[in-house]
Design a protein around this ligand. Structure first.
Ligand code: HEC
Length: 202
């Protein structure tokens, strides 16, 4: 009997000696990889707003309401006028206002007003990430109002404009056309990587 057949017989004998139920009972427990996310849990994470406004929730707000919210929740870090605040040894809490038209300068001032291409992104960012120490604590109305305040401080909308799911996507940002899609790298004239020929071991 060859070694291979001998092994087969040995396995067959082992299986006969231990009924399958016994084998299953002794196998290690299935890995516990958690539970399936519920629709409510998924909805909690599914908060992205696209440039055209898809994903914006119901609600609305104006700059005057946003001014009070900004003073109470944001000004300690971003400055009362959104001018940013230096943090000694750590750079600066971001400036949110101004710098429009400076992007081609040697020292461009990048702010929400000067740099960001979509007004809807301001809503998404604030709702998702601010205030820095209490992210996702604001209501939709509050986020609309804060977005309106920052856009107004940048001179992009008028003070009494109401921002909501309909008006916000229509706001044109100064740098809306400052971004381009990076073209794919040129690969047509690059030789394929040579792989050594397969040589079976003797
Ligand atoms: C404790 C300090 C702090 C508070 C309070 C705070 N922020 Fe911020 N904010 C930051 C920091 C730090 C960043 C930069 C985060 C990063 O780049 O990862 C930032 C970034 C931002 C940006 C993006 C700026 C850019 O150009 O990238 C916006 C918009 C913003 N905050 C709005 C707000 C609003 C609105 C509030 C109040 C509801 C607020 N922040 C409260 C610290 C704070």
């Amino acid at each position: 009997m060859s070694t291979r057949n001998g092994l087969f017989v040995a396995v067959a004998l082992a299986l006969a000696a231990f009924p399958l139920t016994n084998v299953a009972a002794q196998s290690p427990p299935a890995p516990r990889f958690g539970t399936s996310a519920t629709p409510a849990e998924i909805a909690g994470w599914n908060i992205d707003v696209t440039p055209n406004g898809a994903g914006l929730p119901p609600g609305s707000g104006t700059a005057s309401v946003g001014a009070k919210l900004f003073a109470a929740n944001c000004a300690t870090c971003h400055g009362a006028e959104g001018q940013g605040i230096p943090v000694p040894g750590h750079g600066v809490y971001p400036r949110l206002v101004g710098g429009i038209g400076t992007l081609k300068n040697n020292l461009p001032i990048k702010t929400v007003g000067s740099f960001w291409p979509y007004a809807t992104g301001v809503f998404d960012y604030i709702r998702r990430a601010m205030p820095f120490t209490h992210p996702q604590s604001l209501t939709a109305d509050q986020v609309y109002a804060l977005t309106a305040f920052i856009l107004w401080k940048n001179g992009i909308i008028v003070e009494d404009a109401t921002m909501d799911a309909h008006t916000l996507p229509a706001v044109k940002m100064p740098n809306a056309h400052g971004f381009f899609t990076r073209p794919p790298p040129e690969t047509a004239n690059i030789a394929p990587i040579e792989t050594p020929p397969f040589r079976p071991s003797p």
